[in-house]
Design a protein around this ligand. Structure first.
Ligand code: HEM
Ligand code: HEM
Length: 187
């Protein structure tokens, strides 16, 4: 059957579902992170910290699933016409952004987890399942790690801004149909 042997031109439904679910989750957890750290010490702040950590661990697990899916399902190659229209640096930036995003999907939550452990606040997922500490409790180590959670989260946000700007440029300026590959129900 030609449909089964033809190279895919769109992302799979699973890849799209993971892309949009995680996009929403990442925007949400970033906003909660900024908001909770601005609050004065209070039960509400403590509650948000826990939600932030549980959401972060869930994002980490979903990212592992996503990476597994990505490694076992090749994404569609860029259409020949799009590739021809993109200078070499843009093709490199396209691949580099996606690779760096994947790296940060793991680095940001793992650094957050390490900070939490070092600061002596082990994670109890949903208040039910204690998760292991993979760094020792150590105040100096915690202070060392702390800024890196923030820095890596801001790096992720900056890459997302770049990524979305590029997606919108392809859609509205180049009008090359690249965005439709990541949208359900179009073609
Ligand atoms: C992709 C997932 C995550 C994102 C995008 C994210 C993002 C953020 C952001 C933007 C902040 C505010 C930084 C600041 O202004 O100080 C923050 C703070 C924090 N995050 Fe995350 N986070 C994630 C996952 C996690 C995880 C998994 C944990 C722990 C298990 C965690 C623990 C913390 C803690 C303890 C703080 C407060 C640090 C402080 O007191 O300054 N985060 N996070
Ligand atoms: C937090 C927000 C987002 C994150 C973390 C994110 C991340 C990613 C990643 C990692 C990929 C590569 C997929 C793969 O090959 O496995 C991707 C692809 C893509 N994303 Fe996003 N994305 C976000 C938001 C958006 C938004 C808002 C748009 C549209 C305006 C968008 C449009 C696309 C498109 C069109 C592709 C496919 C590019 C291609 O055809 O090669 N993304 N995204």
């Amino acid at each position: 059957m030609p449909t089964s042997t033809a190279a895919p031109t769109r992302y799979t439904a699973t890849a799209m579902a993971l892309h949009w679910l995680l996009a929403l989750a990442l925007v949400g957890i970033f906003a909660v992170g900024l908001y909770m750290t601005s609050l004065p010490f209070s039960p509400a702040r403590l509650k948000l910290y826990n939600w932030h950590k549980w959401a972060g661990v869930s994002i980490l697990a979903l990212s592992a699933l996503r990476l597994l899916w990505r490694l076992t399902h090749r994404p569609p190659a860029l259409p020949a016409a799009v590739q021809a229209a993109m200078p070499r640096w843009q093709q490199l930036a396209h691949n580099a952004t996606h690779h760096l995003l994947y790296l940060l999907f793991f680095a940001v939550p793992l650094i957050g987890w390490a900070y939490s452990s070092a600061a002596g606040f082990p994670i109890v997922f949903l208040g039910l399942v204690p998760l292991p500490d993979f760094v020792p409790v150590n105040a100096d180590l915690a202070e060392l790690i702390k800024p890196w959670h923030e820095i890596s989260a801001y790096a992720l946000a900056a890459l997302v801004v770049l990524h979305v700007a590029a997606a919108l440029k392809h859609h509205f300026i180049d009008r090359d149909g690249l965005l439709a590959r990541m949208l359900p129900g179009r073609g």
